[in-house]
Every structure is written in C-alpha cells, then in structure tokens.
Design a protein around this ligand. Structure first.
Ligand code: CMC
Length: 422
C-alpha cells in the first residue's frame, strides 16, 4: 500500500488522496480540488521546487552528498574540477574524460580584451568585486550569442565550460582593477586554483608558484562550496533560467542572490563581525546582544542544517593546516570562543543554530591574503558548477516557467481620483 495523504475541503466535503512520492506530494491534485486556493509558503520552507539527482542533504544528521558521494570523501580525495565534472555529468570521470574536461576548462579562461579596458574601467576604483562579477557574468552573454540556444545540449555544455573557466578570470580582474594593478593573463600550465592565485597575486615574477598547501586548501574550499541543492542563489538561477534566458544571465542572477549577507555574503559579514567584537573579552557581551535581538551571529544557523554543517567541520580542520603556513589568523581565538559560547547557550541550542560553511572560511581566505570583499567572489567561483548543473538538469526536463501565486491583501476595486480631488 503506497503512502499517501488525504486533503478534505471542509466547505464541500470533497477529498483527494495524493500519493507520497520521493518524500513529497504533487501540487496538481491539490489545485484540482481547491482551484484558486494557494498554498502559502514564504521563503519556500515546505516547497520542493523540483526533483533533482544532484545533491542530497540530511539537515538533521548534518550529511551532504554530491551525486551520492559523501562530501568528506570528495574534500579529502578529489579536486574541484573533478567535482565540477561529477556535478555536471552525474558520474566521476575516467582519466581520459577528466583530462579532456580539464583541458577544455583551461583553454576557455580568456576573456575579451574589451572587459579589461571598458567594462572594468567603467567602475569606480572602490567598486565591490561582487558587483563587478555580477555585471561581468551578465556581460558575457553579449559575447556569446549562441548561448541563447538553450535547447541544444552541446551548446549548453560549451557555455558551462566557458563559465566555469572564466569566472576566476573575471574575479581576479575585478580585484586587480580595484588595486590598480595590471591584469595577469591565465597561465595554462597551472591548475585551476593555482592559476586563480596567479591571476590574483602575481606581480613581477616570470611565473607564479603557489604554496601547495594553500592551493590545495583553496581547491578543497571550492569543493565544499560547489553545490548545496536548492539554496537561494541556485533558485535564482533556476527562476531566471526557467524563462529560457541564456546561462550567463542566469548565473548573474545567482551572483546577485549570493551577494546578500544572509547567503554567500555571510563569510564577509563574519569577518566584519569578528573585527567589531575586537577581542576575546568582548565575546560574551556580543553573544548577549545577539540574544537581545541586536543583529545575528553571522556564520551561524541554516535553513536546512539543524546540526553542525559538515562543511564547517572540514573547514575548521583545513584552517589549522593553512595557519601552519601563513601563521595563525589573530581572529581565530575570537571565533573559537564565539563558537564555544554559542554552542553552550540555550538560545542557540533551542533553535538548533550551529556554525555553517561561512563561519571559518573567511579566516582562511584572510590568512591567504584575500581582501574581505573577495570572500563572496570566491564562493561564487566555486558555486558556478553547481548553479549550472541545476540549470542543465532543469532544461533537460523541460520544466515550466517559475511563476508562483500570491494571496492578494490590497485594496478592492476603486475608481481613479483626479489629482486635484485627492
Ligand atoms: N543568529 C541569531 N539568531 C538566529 C540566527 C543567527 N545567525 N539564525 C537564525 N536565528 C534565529 C532567528 O532569529 C529565529 O529566532 P526566533 O524563532 O526567536 O524568531 C530562529 O533562529 C529561526 O531563524 P529563521 O530566520 O527563521 O531561519 P531561516 O531558516 O529563515 O534563516 C539563515 C537561515 C541562514 C538565513 C539564518 O540562520 C541567518 O541569517 N544566519 C546568519 C547568516 C549566515 O550565516 N548565512 C550563511 C548561511 S550558510 C551559507 C549559504 O548557504 O549561503
């Protein structure tokens, strides 16, 4: 006997039985029984926007898997580009497939010279790099007219390669512009993260040699940020993509959503918060102020995780490896005390608020030399593969355009009043 639910319309006594499939119920029978009655779900807390075969999260258990592979194993044993392949294609690559994929990404890293001269040049010197990245992603669509053909799987794949390849170039370009430094062209002899570090930090040296521990740590952080199922920015990508806009425009929407401090902007907000706390001794007072409703503890809490975010656990370990190379980030002690205090406090315990992916990542980025405003940009680079896997999966299934309903609570019909009679 398949599991089901029954909904009864108490106005008419009519009922409908809806089978529970894959942990959800279809809205179709509901709509048929209750035309014009909408299910109100602000923030989509109880709405599954789709079926998806990409990422699995068990928020109570603190478990995360990409295509069935536990995040801990991928973070330990894989590389970001291999994980990107897995997300996009559904399976881990063979050696030949991985070589071809890495080659393709490596040879699509260049961006048009107009970007350097005109696009970045149009920004004020202190423009936030997330604003530049968002604009840059959208601008790419104007260079690739073919990207509008979203029905052709090969063309979709080409744009996916281009976007994964070019996001680091755009990101580093935004940073160098804000510093007034010359742009550094991609170096095809380097790995994905080494090349990004080279484009970010290379100065007069003929070639850039990244510290292997730091390059590996960044690669691991990219793996941890690569996908997180239907989060705010992925939903933004899906909603824009559902109108059949090109993938560059959809990814720009993802960047815009990620920018906010409740989502990807939290890593930057964590550092600003630690800065504001200033010293170990101020932690208790800060936690009290949060409990009294004065702001939030940034890097804490999650819509899905009601347990320790597994990514935060891995990042905390990585932080120690990075600090052996860079020296300890002086903010670490404040962060550790903050975590300890919050995890022992009933306010946080009763609401199941634990450190999330952003709590420790900023400390690592800062120790590596990234300015605070680049933190969300790093998240965006990594999340691009996840966004595009969902975009591709959605188009493969020919999903309908995203178009929710509303419960109207405004004025009833009334007549226009001429301005001199108001
Ligand atoms: N500090 C203090 N209180 C919090 C926090 C926090 N960080 N997060 C949630 N709460 C409280 C909130 O005030 C509410 O309390 P009450 O029931 O008394 O009103 C309760 O916990 C539930 O909060 P909510 O706003 O209903 O939870 P949500 O699922 O809508 O929000 C969240 C999830 C991530 C936006 C939120 O926890 C938050 O703002 N956290 C801080 C920002 C942050 O770290 N974001 C990064 C998320 S992980 C990376 C990513 O996915 O981008």
């Amino acid at each position: 006997m398949p599991e089901s639910i029954t909904i009864t319309d108490n106005r008419t006594g009519e009922s409908v039985e809806i089978p529970i499939t894959d942990g959800g119920v279809e809205s179709g029978p509901w709509t048929k029984l209750l035309p014009g009655i909408w299910f109100k779900d602000e923030g989509f807390s109880a709405t599954a926007i789709t079926n998806s075969a990409i990422t699995y999260i068990d928020g109570d258990a603190g478990q995360l898997e990409y295509r069935g592979y536990p995040i801990e194993q991928l973070a330990e044993q894989s590389t970001y580009l291999e994980v990107a392949y897995l997300l996009v294609h559904g399976e881990l690559p063979t050696t030949d497939q991985l070589d071809a994929w890495v080659h393709d990404i490596t040879y699509h890293t260049y961006i048009h010279e107009n970007f350097k001269q005109r696009m970045f040049g149009a920004f004020h010197y202190d423009a936030h790099p997330m604003g530049m990245l968002t604009a840059g992603a959208a601008a790419l669509s104007t260079f690739y007219e073919e990207s509008k053909d979203i029905d052709d799987p090969d063309l979709r794949h080409r744009q996916i390669v281009r976007l994964i390849a070019k996001m680091p170039t755009l990101a580093a370009g935004a940073h160098r512009y804000s510093q007034g430094w010359p742009f550094v062209y991609p170096d095809n002899d380097l790995s994905y993260t080494e090349n990004f570090l080279s484009m970010m930090f290379r100065m007069a040296e003929p070639s850039y040699e990244a510290d292997p521990v730091l390059a590996k740590a960044l690669d691991q952080l990219f793996i941890l940020h690569a996908d997180h199922e239907q989060n705010c920015s992925t939903t933004a990508v899906r909603v824009v993509g559902s109108s059949h806009a090109d993938p560059y425009s959809a990814v720009a929407a993802g960047c815009a959503a990620l920018y906010g401090p409740r989502h990807g902007g939290a890593n930057e907000a964590v550092l600003n918060m630690l800065d504001e706390i200033g010293s170990f001794d101020n932690v208790d007072a800060f936690v009290e102020s949060v409990k009294n409703g004065d702001g939030r503890l940034m890097g804490f809490g999650h819509r899905v995780y009601k347990n320790y975010d597994p990514r935060a656990r891995i990042i905390k370990e990585t932080a120690h490896k990075v600090f052996e190379v860079t020296g300890k980030n002086p903010m670490l002690d404040i962060a550790l005390k903050l975590e300890e205090t919050a995890l022992a406090d009933d306010y946080f315990i009763s609401r199941k608020l634990y450190p999330n992916v952003d709590f420790y990542s900023g400390l690592i980025y800062q120790a590596m030399g990234f300015p605070t405003e680049m933190f969300t940009v790093l998240f965006a680079i990594a999340r691009t593969s996840g966004w595009l896997s969902h975009w591709d999966e959605m188009l493969e299934r020919n999903t309908r355009i995203a178009r929710p309903r509303q419960l109207y609570i405004g004025e009833a019909t009334r007549d226009y009043v001429a301005i001199d009679a108001r």
